[in-house]
Each structure stands twice: as C-alpha cells, then as structure tokens.
Design a protein around this ligand. Structure first.
Ligand code: ZN
Length: 479
C-alpha cells in the first residue's frame, strides 16, 4: 500500500470535517462502537490519552488540596428526586435499573448521570460541625446519560469523567473554590492540551440544573464550533438544604453548608482531535501524546538491519524519560510507517538509516510542521526535550491564532446570523433576558457559550430586541 493510498482512507479535513473526525478515530485506533447504542470502546491508543489527561489533572487536584474517593454507581429514585430542578434537568437522560436477579425492585435505581445526590446524602452524615469543613473530594468514574444522537468522545451514552464535590462553611469560600477549579481547568487545557479557552459564566438557561451559577471554559474546534471543555458550579445551599448537609457554626448556630461541583470528561479527547488535526490525520501535543517519539529504522539488507537496529535501540534507551515507541515491524516499508505515525499524531519521528549510523546522528521530523533536521546522537535526550517543548508551545500558539482569526463582532441580528453561518465565534450584545437568548438560538442555532470574564464592558444594545446591554457575550454553535 502506498502512502497516498493510506492517507486517502481518511475523508478530507477541510471538506468533510465530520467524516474526517470519525475516520481518524477508527484509523488511528482510538475507539470503536459496541453492541449497545452510544456505548464506546476506548482502545489502548485512545485510553493512554485519557490516562495522561488523568495524571496531569489529578496532580493539579491534589496540589489544590483535594483527595480522591469513590461513591456508588446506583442512586435510589427517591434520593435523586429530592432536588426538583436537578432531577427535571436529567430525567430524559436517566437509565434505570428495575430488576435485581429474578426480582423486580421495590424502588427503581438510577445509573448515575452525575453524583450530587448520592454524594450530598453521604456528606450529610459526615458534616456536623464547622470543624468538619471544608470537604474537598474528587472522584474518577463513569456516568451514563441516555443520548439519542451519539458521537465518539463528544456524546456517548456512558462516558468517563471526574467530578469534584466540595463542602464549605461560607459562600465566599465555596465561591473561591469554584473559580479556583475553573482556573485549574484553564491552566490544564491550555498548557497540557495546547487548547486556548475562554472562561466565563453560563447564562441562566445554560447553567447546570440545580446550580446557583455555572462557569465554563469554551474552546474553538477546527470547524469553528464551540466545545465546553469543563464546568465548575456554585451550588449555593440548594443541595445542602435538600440533602440536609448542616453544621454547627462557630457562633453555635446550625447552618446549611455551601457546596460546589466541577467536572471534565473524555470529551477532552474529542477536543484534542478536532483542534490540532489536519489533512494527514491527528496531531497530539507532546504533553499528552500516547507516544511522544516514534523511532523508525531504515534498512535494505540484513547487514544494515543488524547495524541500524542496534543503533536505534541504543537511541531508544537514551530516551527513557520520554514515551517512545520503536517501530521495528519488518512487514511494512519505512514510508508506510511514516505515513501511519503521521496519521496517528506522534509529535516527533526519528528516522535512522545506515548513513545516520555512520555519522552518529538521527533525522528528526516534526509532525506539526514536517520540518526535518539532523541531530547528533550524543545529547539527544536534552535536544529532544527542548524540541518537544517547542512543539507544545507552537501548537498552542497556532490554536490561539486560529481562535482569534475566527472570532468577530456583530452589532445586528443579520450580522450575527451571517457570522455564525461562516462558522465564527461572535461577540454580540445581549440584554440578559432568556427570551432573547432563545430567539437568537432559534434563528441561528447558536447559543451563548458564556459571558466571558474578560470582555469589553462598554454598553450597547441587544442584537435581538435593541434594549440596553451591559457588554457583549460570546455566541457560537456548539458540540
Ligand atoms: Zn434582548
């Protein structure tokens, strides 16, 4: 199979983005579908992305004082139903267990769509005094939401995520936690995934059901659509009053605690694919790439094979600090391997042939720019470390340029419609009323992604009704 043939098995990134997305996921062996609609199998290459994401996020959670725990998968219906707005928001998506073995259950059990209820109920037993606070717990788990239209990583019936659930003595402390964790997500997504985001507050319409306020970070995908990369919720005292999380405060008064929750999921893998990929396939940022470096030996004779193979393995040993894969497969030609690893998004490829061995050097090719350079074998570990950092930084810079090139302002509804149709992020004034937000959604299919923290505060008039606004908000179509 020639290189051209290999790449032609992927739909065009620029012309058929949505097919390209599915094609690269299959071709790169990231995921597969199972027999249950919307339930995704994450293959080893895809799962190692998740493991890297987990490690880097988990480190940040622990550095901000959180511990991990695990709560049950099943939630009694009566418990879930306690918070009316919350249950109403999730009701259409909940999967139920109604039988255990041969018997019908007396009470249906929900498979968790999120864990506020089960965790809230547990916390009510743990919190009695202000001395028990704060509680700072995260759990890594799966959740289930019965989705009709599904898409690899972006919308699957069962998905993996983490959910942080914290309890605080004062609203001020809870509020600090909510914004701290949004900051943790922003730092992680920008610096590890090389994806620039816009942080802000969700509107009343788009907030988490049952929350006082929801904050999000929003990213721009390669087709100009938005993806909510993570959310952080100020739950106020809603859940503590419903689940009876109360404590005796320093002044001896009994008070309801203030709670928060925050989460990020395997959707982040979808974002990685869509933000960085190109016509030739995936491009992974070095910090989370399953393999940061792939070594492809080149030989024509048995004699060369022995010589090159030995040198290549010596290079591999030198690079023990990195995630390195040695591709010694005999049944594929080097050109085919180059094309495959390009498609699978490995940031750096090392080629070693007889001439390289003789010169004590290797040829290194960057996936993102295809730039080729010869580097001496001596000190290669340090040189590659620098190069990987450079690639990481360049990917973020490239994504930032794409985001700013595709963000515009609109001062009227026709302008907004036109910009949304052209797949842009659009700044436009909004009066703050849900009816106008819904009217715009109806006309453009765009939603208010968030009310960004950093925005021009100049007053203007709502693109829908013309009434005064306190500043522009961010509209876009979204995944
Ligand atoms: Zn309006």
């Amino acid at each position: 199979m020639s290189n051209e043939h290999f790449v032609r098995n992927i739909a065009s990134h620029d012309e058929e983005y949505s097919r390209w997305y599915t094609d690269v996921i299959y071709k790169a062996q990231l995921a597969d579908w199972s027999l249950v609609h919307g339930c995704m199998v994450i293959r080893p290459y895809g799962f190692s992305l998740w493991e890297n994401i987990q490690q880097l996020l988990d480190k940040r959670f622990k550095a901000t004082g959180h511990q991990n725990a695990y709560f049950p998968l099943l939630i009694p219906e009566s418990l879930l139903a306690k918070e009316a707005e919350h249950v109403e928001g999730f009701a259409p998506e909940v999967a139920w267990v109604t039988r255990g073995g041969q018997d019908d259950l007396e009470e249906r059990l929900a498979i968790r769509p999120t864990s506020e209820a089960i965790i809230g109920e547990t916390y009510s037993k743990w919190v009695q005094s202000w001395r028990d606070l704060p509680i700072l717990i995260n759990q890594w788990c799966n959740v289930m939401r019965w989705e009709k239209v599904t898409r690899f990583f972006l919308r699957t019936t069962e998905f993996l995520w983490q959910e942080g659930h914290t309890v605080h003595r004062t609203h001020e402390e809870a509020r600090e936690e909510v914004l701290r964790m949004l900051g943790v997500y922003q730092d992680f997504v920008e610096n590890e995934l090389a994806i620039p985001v816009i942080a802000g507050q969700k509107t009343e319409q788009e907030k988490f059901k049952g929350a006082l306020e929801t904050f999000s970070i929003e990213a721009m995908m390669g087709d100009g659509k938005a993806l909510q990369a993570a959310t952080s919720h100020d739950l106020g005292q809603h859940f503590s009053s419903v689940f009876d999380i109360k404590f005796q405060d320093m002044d001896k008064e009994m008070k309801y605690a203030w709670t928060t929750s925050w989460g990020a999921s395997t959707r982040l893998i979808g974002a990685l694919i869509m933000v960085h990929g190109d016509e030739s396939g995936l491009i992974f940022p070095p910090n989370v790439a399953p393999y940061q470096v792939v070594i492809v030996p080149i030989w024509r004779s048995d004699e060369e094979q022995a010589q090159v193979g030995a040198a290549a393995q010596q290079v591999q040993r030198q690079l023990g600090d990195f995630r390195v894969h040695y591709d010694g497969r005999d049944e594929y030609k080097p050109g085919w391997k180059f094309s495959e690893w390009e498609m699978r998004g490995v940031p750096l490829r090392i080629e070693i042939g007889p001439r390289d061995v003789a010169a004590r050097q290797v040829t290194v090719v960057r996936r993102d720019t295809r730039e080729k350079r010869q580097l001496p074998m001596d000190g290669l570990s340090a040189t590659l470390g620098d190069l990987l950092r450079e690639v990481q930084g360049d990917l973020l810079a490239r994504a930032r340029t794409f985001l700013s090139d595709n963000t515009v302002a609109a001062s009227s509804l026709p302008e907004l419609q036109e910009a949304i149709a052209a797949r842009k992020f659009v700044w436009a004034h909004w009066c703050g009323r849900t009816q106008c937000e819904l009217a715009v959604k109806e006309k453009t299919a765009a939603t208010i992604r968030n009310i960004p923290f950093e925005r021009d505060k100049a007053p203007g008039s709502c693109v829908n009704c013309g009434q005064p606004s306190t500043g522009p908000v961010l509209f876009a179509r979204s995944y």
